[in-house]
Ligand binder design. Structure first.
Ligand code: GLN
Length: 305
């Protein structure tokens, strides 16, 4: 298997030159555009890896899947889906436009920034520290990595420049979708996006979802089958931003990407896969990671459709 993975990395190394690293969060601009890594974690406990699989990067939007699990566990489906919808947008992940044009005003899904900010506002805790720490502990459990921590530079960089997210959040407060202190809610959101992971961490999180919310190594059930199903479904319909439809047709697997260059994929009952390559295409998806998943899906017959 590692031979196959090494070959896939070799095939796509040069493709990374065709994309660009994200710079709208200034600190992300320091990433090495040529990095490309992949990891598979399967149900039998095998870990297969290749390329820059152990480089750390910030999880960014992939954290939206984890915060959604927590918000659903904390509040139940009714409360969460009263405030955030279930439909793809066809717009960029940080688009504001539909917030005002759709009535009643609420973000269309939890995988776009507006929806994810609402989701973060629903995580329970007495203050922003407790809310974030609950989320971090949950992530440590499902990645089986107790050393996860935030990248402070990326966190501060986004906190300083995240004006668009701030604008959305204040707008949603105005229309009554979000309750509470906006700066505190954004703090939880910016911190969750700044958690540092590598491909092994993400592959294990993907495996946890693939195994219906049960940690394969211990058999511990941490999330209901229903929640795990909901999250994977959102990964199919909205996980690759406004490129989700094309990804579903070409690759055919539930996946969530982040502007830090990561993609977490989950093949139900089979495996978790993660790729890392900070060079992004025009939709904000890792250009090398996307193509690596495309090749792997063909090679291992992974499409769920
Ligand atoms: N923290 C990033 C933002 O809010 C996450 C976006 C992403 O990964 N697509 O802009």
């Amino acid at each position: 298997m590692e031979k196959k993975l090494n070959k896939i990395i070799e095939n796509n190394k040069d493709l990374t030159l065709e994309g660009e690293v994200a710079t709208y969060i200034p600190e992300l601009g320091k990433a090495n555009a040529k990095d490309l890594g992949i990891c598979i974690a399967d149900m039998e406990g095998n870990i297969y890896k290749a390329g820059d699989y152990n480089k750390k990067f910030t999880i960014q939007s992939i954290s939206k899947t984890i915060s959604l699990m927590m918000a659903l566990m904390d509040n139940g489906k009714e409360i969460v889906f009263d405030k955030v919808g279930m439909e793809p947008t066809g717009d960029a992940f940080n688009s504001i436009i539909k917030l005002e044009t759709i009535m009643p005003s609420r973000p269309l899904n939890p995988m776009i920034n507006a929806g994810a900010i609402v989701v973060s506002s629903l995580i329970k805790g007495k203050d922003k520290e407790e809310k974030f720490n609950r989320l971090l502990s949950f992530m440590k459990k499902i990645s089986e990595n107790d050393n996860l921590e935030i990248d402070n530079e990326v966190y501060l960089s986004e906190k300083k420049t995240g004006h668009r997210n701030r604008a959305m959040a204040y707008f949603m407060k105005d229309v009554g979708i979000i309750e509470g202190d906006i700066e505190d809610i954004l703090d939880v959101y910016f911190k969750q996006c700044s958690i540092k992971v590598d491909c092994v961490d993400l592959a294990k999180m993907g495996l946890f979802l693939a195994n219906q919310g049960i940690l394969p190594s211990t058999g511990q059930k941490l999330v209901s089958e229903d929640i795990s199903r909901i999250v994977k479904t959102f990964m199919v319909t909205c996980g690759m931003y406004n490129g989700s439809g094309e990804f579903a047709i070409k690759v055919g697997i539930p996946a969530k990407s982040g502007v830090g260059g990561g993609i977490m994929a989950s093949i139900p009952h089979r495996m978790g896969i993660a790729t890392f390559g900070p060079s992004l295409d025009d939709k904000g998806n890792s250009i090398g990671g996307y193509k690596a998943l495309y090749e792997l899906s063909k090679e291992l017959n992974l499409s769920i459709f």
